[in-house]
Design a protein around this ligand. Sequence first.
Ligand code: NAP
Length: 247
Amino acid sequence: MSKDKKMALVTGGSRGIGRAVCIELARAGYHVIVNYASNSAAAEETVSSCEEAGGSAEYCGFDVSNSEEVSRAFSELKSAHGSLAVLVNNAGIAKDGLLLRLKDQDWDRTLDVNLKGAFLCSREAAKLMVKARNGSIVNISSVVAEMGNPGQAPYCASKAGLIGLTRSMARELASRGITVNAITPGFIKTDMTDALGESLKEEHLKAIPLGRYGEPREVASLVRFLCSGDARYITGQVIGINGGMYM
Ligand code: NAP
């Protein structure tokens, strides 16, 4: 089914924004590799949704922060499919807490998954894309990388780091026809934002000029555009999608 199709890998594709991105890319004609950490049932559901949308997909579990697991996954991808047109570094976690009470392990784990994970996957993806002299990498950062957020120091630092990583990779890879961009979503309806208490959600809503949370499919449309032929002159950019929350 994947024969003759361009390949797209979406990390953290089992749920939320990642799932919407998988469906959108499958609909756009890519064969999508749906990465997940532990929730294989959710990853299977994403694959089914991609197929229902008329596309094709497969799932592949690995921890993006684990160098060995990442290289093994990419080596399998290379043997099975030979190339990679799109990488979306979407896998992310938030281990929140006020600065004075933050534990070392929460800082380390957040930086490992959100930032090192994107580096490890991009390094492997770039090897395949450089050969093809073509490719698109999209990093899912966050509006809080630009604004800061009390109680989210590790998350904000990891997402701000992703912006520096994006710009450096964009400069390094441009001459090989590879674009690298970052998206900074505001509050999007997913498991991650569901975990916030009702009063906090109400509070956040007041700061969004458009007066609502974003939908995962709205972020997915932007990812699809950045990977398309219409966006080949866009690289090293940080593009907000936040209902006007930060401007
Ligand atoms: P989510 O619903 O919590 O889903 C997180 C996804 O990441 C899941 O697919 C999860 O896999 C995967 N994941 C977590 N740790 C992983 C690891 N070590 N290796 C591989 N995959 C891993 O999150 P979301 O709200 O859709 O957010 C997606 C991305 O957008 C994140 O980077 C997040 O920081 C960013 N973002 C979200 C919002 C928002 O409002 N929701 C705003 C700005 C930015 P399992 O299913 O196996 O656990």
